[in-house]
Each structure stands twice: as structure tokens, then as C-alpha cells.
Design a protein around this ligand. Structure first.
Ligand code: KIV
Ligand code: ZN
Length: 511
């Protein structure tokens, strides 16, 4: 029997540290439910001390998601650990994940501590956390750039203090696969009590090696991998769960390990993360990119038609991708809609389904074919929507090669309708200016992207904006509409509403 690799998903914690990827409580809870469907072993739900919002999200998941272990992050100090435990304590087998840097560079410049101090703080903190639970993970931050003998000393001590998982992160994404594999082997061979704990890795993707490094670690004894869906995370992100899972599944002939992941839920999970965070998946991304199973050249198409395995090493069905996702049309009923939405990973309440069905029918009237992406845009609006402080009533914009771009926008704010017009460099600039006048906001537009949700001239335009509020918080806003200026207005308003919601929900966030 092959060894099991424990999948520790940190999409909700490290993944959320991607610039602009903040998620609200409802979104995190939906994702946690999807992670359960994927059958991950541990969900790292957040960093409870970071803000009251983070605390509430971790607590909500620990209180209600009982099928998996829920972890909360804590620095090595009593307040962090107490707060993490407070959030986690109602979970089933909750995990306190505490971390402290062990590299000379971090100890000298960041912690201003010497090795002895770090060793005893790590030991004391794990002992303290172990009073709450026997499920304690210790991470040696920046481990791959640390003196390995020192890491061995720290790991040996924290195992004696009660840690049951030891995590060796490549925090800066600096390691090379050979080197990282050798480091793991060194730990396996030089920590006398290593058999009392699971060795874990947590790789960042700064050099594009996170998955390769995680695999090298597995080949040398690591049995837990920390990863995120779509590889999102701090800077260049973390090990992409879907890539790791499909390497292990596809190359089972070369691997002596397995995961318990239900890989058929990979594609819907990837779409959900992208929809919620507003971070598109690059088309050529392995496993879940739009082109991952597309065959462009005639020779390839011909080969695949004759025998799929000529050019496909994986069956798209293994990641839950049904070929040709043309799904519904004008005549599709509520039942067909409901089952398609379930395939996308959403179990809707009756009132949510009612709202989605109305929007679906409206769109189906103007658009012949409905794709998964169309449904996701509606779900984003109707189900994952946050309270709308600013609501679009209607808008109109005029532009042309000779015309002065002008926009008029009517919004509902505090149950009152207000209207303003503005001119701008183009119709979208004019629209955003009118919105800024009405909402009296001074946010900075950092990024604007428009894309067509599907092919065809009747496709919906999808706009994604990243905006920075006057308090420095950054959020993503999304909007879709067959008219792209209206889609832009929806996206901008969604961003402004998120800024308000975030302020209310999180208090002061200090990640
Ligand atoms: O990258 C890192 O080192 C981390 C730790 C907190 C595990 O995210
Ligand atoms: Zn990390």
C-alpha cells in the first residue's frame, strides 16, 4: 500500500494573501465547503489574530465544517495562540499552526533574536499550544535558507514539546528541487524523534518551482504538502494543489504515494476560486487553464479524435471538466439549471435559486447559448453578492470617434435614487467619474481588465477592477453585462461595496 500524502489547503490563508484576493466570510465558507468536496485533509482557515474578520471566518468554519481538520495560524506568542484556540476550539480535531523563523537573516533582521532565544520560544510556544490540543503544527519560517542542523535541533525540541506536524517552508521560493529534496532527507535522517511527527512542506513559487520542490520533498519523506487551489498565495503563490494532485494521479507508475483528493472536483473548485477572488486563471495554466485540454493543430485534433491518448495524458473527466461546456439555453428549466449549478460546486437555497433563475432567463432572452462562465457571472452577482450600499439603477454612456464621452448614472443609495452625469477621456472614465461624484468616494483604480466571458458577439463582457480605498485597502470588483460600459459600472460599484463591507467586517486588518 502506498503512503498517503496529507493535503493541507491554505487557499483561505496564504491564498488570501495574494494582492487584492481578500474574501469575505460568506465566500470563505463556500470555499471551505468546496474543499470538503475535494476531500482535503486540513483546511487552514485563516490567521485569527490578524483581525476580527479573520477570527470570525476561522470560527465560522471550525464551528460548522466538521468533516476535516481546521487549522488557524498563530505566531509564537501566547496572545496569538489563545486567539487561534478561541476561534478553533469547537472544531473537530482543530489544529493550532504556530510559526517562527529559523534563518539567520530572519532572526537577525526581523526577530532580533539569537538561536537560543528562537529555540526556547519555539519550544515554549508549542508546549503552550499543546495544553489546548494535541494537534499542533510548528513551521520554521524561511527553513530552506536556515542552517539545517539548527532546524534539526528546533524540530527535535518542538516534537518533545508536543508538535505532531513539522513544516519546512521554502518561504521565499528560493530552493531548487534537488537541494530541497536533500534538505528533507537530511531532516529525516538527523532528527532522532522524527518518527513521532509528520514532516510537511510549504513551497512558494517565486522561481516557478513550488510543485517540483513539493514532489522532491515527497520523494524524500515529506508526507504533508501545503498548497492552494490555482496556486494562489503571497507573491508568486504557493504549490498548486491541482498540479500536485494530478502529477501523483497521472504518474502513479512512478510514485509510491497517493492522496485522498476527489480530483473530479478540481475544475469546479478552480473556477470557484477564480470567480470569488477575481483572479483569472492563465489560459496555458497546467490542469485548469482554458487551453489545458484544447488541441489547436490539425494533426493533434485528428490524433485525439482517433484515440484520445495520442495527445492527452489525462482524461478531462478526471478533473471534472466536461468537454464542450455549452450547457443551457432559453428553454432550459429550473431543474436543468439547478443540476448544472451543482456541478459547478454550488448548492443553492430555494430563494437563491429563484434569483439565479430569473437572471438566467433574462440573459437567455438576449443570448442564445449559455455557458458555465455565464452562470458563474450570475452566481457571482446573485449568490456571492455582498450587501449593496450602492446599487445601479441604470446608466447610459455616449462616445464615438468625434463625440465627447459622456455618462449618466443613476444609483440607489440609502433607499434614495440619485443621478449624476460626467464627461471623461472615454465612456468608462466618464462612468467612473459619475459614480465617484454620487458615492463621494476617492478610491484609486489600480487595474482594469475587460474580457469576453465566452465567444460570439452576443457574449457578456466581464470587467475586473482592482481598486484601493482611501484607507489603503485593496479589493477586486467584478461585473458582467452584455454592454461593456454597464459591466464596468457594475464592477466598479462591486469594488466600492466590497470596500465598505470589508471595513465593517474586518475592523482593522493588519496582515
Ligand atoms: O511561507 C511561509 O513560510 C508561511 C508560513 C507561515 C508557513 O506561510
Ligand atoms: Zn507561505
Amino acid at each position: 500500500m502506498s503512503d498517503k500524502i496529507y493535503i493541507f489547503d491554505t487557499t483561505l490563508r496564504d491564498g488570501e494573501q495574494s494582492p487584492g484576493a481578500s474574501m469575505n466570510m460568506q465566500e470563505k465558507f463556500r470555499l471551505a465547503q468546496q474543499l470538503v468536496k475535494l476531500n482535503v485533509d486540513i483546511i487552514e482557515a485563516g490567521f485569527p489574530i490578524a483581525s476580527s474578520g479573520d477570527f470570525d471566518c476561522v470560527k465560522n468554519i471550525a464551528d460548522n465544517v466538521k468533516e476535516v481538520q481546521v487549522a488557524g495560524l498563530a505566531r509564537c506568542n501566547k496572545k496569538d495562540i489563545d486567539t487561534a484556540w478561541d476561534a478553533l476550539k469547537k472544531g473537530s480535531n482543530p489544529r493550532i499552526h504556530t510559526f517562527l523563523a529559523t534563518s539567520d537573516i530572519h532572526m537577525k533582521y526581523k526577530l532580533k533574536m539569537d538561536r537560543d532565544q528562537v529555540l526556547s520560544l519555539a519550544e515554549d510556544s508549542v508546549k503552550y499550544a499543546s495544553k489546548y490540543t494535541s494537534n499542533v503544527e510548528f513551521s520554521a519560517e524561511d527553513a530552506s535558507r536556515s542552517d539545517l542542523d539548527f532546524v534539526c535541533t528546533v524540530f527535535e525540541a518542538v516534537i518533545n514539546a508536543g508538535a505532531t506536524t513539522l513544516n519546512f517552508p521554502d518561504t521565499t521560493g528560493y530552493a531548487l528541487p534537488n537541494e530541497f529534496g536533500n534538505q528533507i532527507r537530511y531532516l529525516m535522517e538527523n532528527i532522532p524523534n522524527i518518527d513521532k511527527a509528520v514532516l510537511s512542506v510549504h513551497c512558494h513559487n517565486d522561481l516557478g518551482l513550488a510543485v517540483a520542490n513539493s514532489l522532491a520533498a515527497i520523494n524524500n519523506g515529506a508526507r504533508q504538502v501545503e498548497c492552494t487551489i490555482n496556486g494562489i498565495g503571497e507573491r508568486a503563490g504557493n504549490t498548486a494543489m491541482e498540479e500536485l494532485a494530478m502529477v501523483i494521479r497521472t504518474r502513479a507508475d512512478q510514485m509510491t504515494v497517493h492522496t485522498d483528493l476527489v480530483t473530479e472536483n478540481i475544475y469546479p473548485s478552480s473556477r470557484m476560486v477564480s470567480t470569488i477572488t477575481g483572479m483569472p486563471v492563465q489560459p496555458n495554466k497546467a490542469i485548469v487553464g482554458g487551453n489545458a485540454f484544447a488541441h489547436e493543430s490539425g494533426i493533434h485534433q485528428d490524433g485525439v479524435l482517433k484515440e484520445r491518448t495520442t495527445y492527452e495524458i489525462m482524461d478531462p473527466a478526471d478533473i471534472g471538466l466536461s468537454k464542450g461546456n455549452l450547457v443551457l439555453g432559453k428553454h432550459s428549466g429550473r431543474h436543468a439549471l439547478k443540476s448544472r449549478i451543482e456541478i459547478l460546486g454550488y448548492n443553492l437555497k430555494d430563494d437563491e435559486l429563484d434569483r439565479v433563475f430569473v437572471r438566467f432567463k433574462e440573459l437567455a432572452d438576449v443570448k442564445k447559448d449559455m455557458f458555465d462562465e455565464d452562470l458563474e457571472a450570475i452566481l457571482m452577482d446573485e449568490v456571492l453578492r455582498i450587501p449593496e450600499t450602492y446599487k445601479l439603477v441604470y446608466m447610459g454612456a455616449m462616445s464615438g470617434s468625434k463625440a465627447l464621452p459622456t455618462a449618466s448614472v443613476r444609483l440607489e443609495i440609502d433607499e434614495e435614487e440619485v443621478e449624476a452625469s460626467a464627461i471623461g477621456v472615454g465612456p468608462i472614465d466618464a462612468t467612473f467619474r459619475a459614480i465617484a461624484i454620487l458615492t463621494k468616494t476617492k478610491s484609486k483604480l489600480l487595474y482594469f481588465a475587460v474580457s469576453s466571458i465566452t465567444g460570439g458577439t452576443d457574449a457578456q463582457g466581464e470587467v475586473m477592477v482592482r481598486i484601493e480605498g482611501d484607507d489603503g485597502k485593496i479589493v477586486v470588483g467584478q461585473g458582467a453585462d452584455p454592454d461593456i460600459t454597464t459591466a464596468a459600472a457594475r464592477a466598479y460599484l462591486n469594488g466600492l461595496n466590497r470596500l465598505i463591507y470589508l471595513k465593517k467586517e474586518t475592523g482593522s486588518k493588519n496582515k
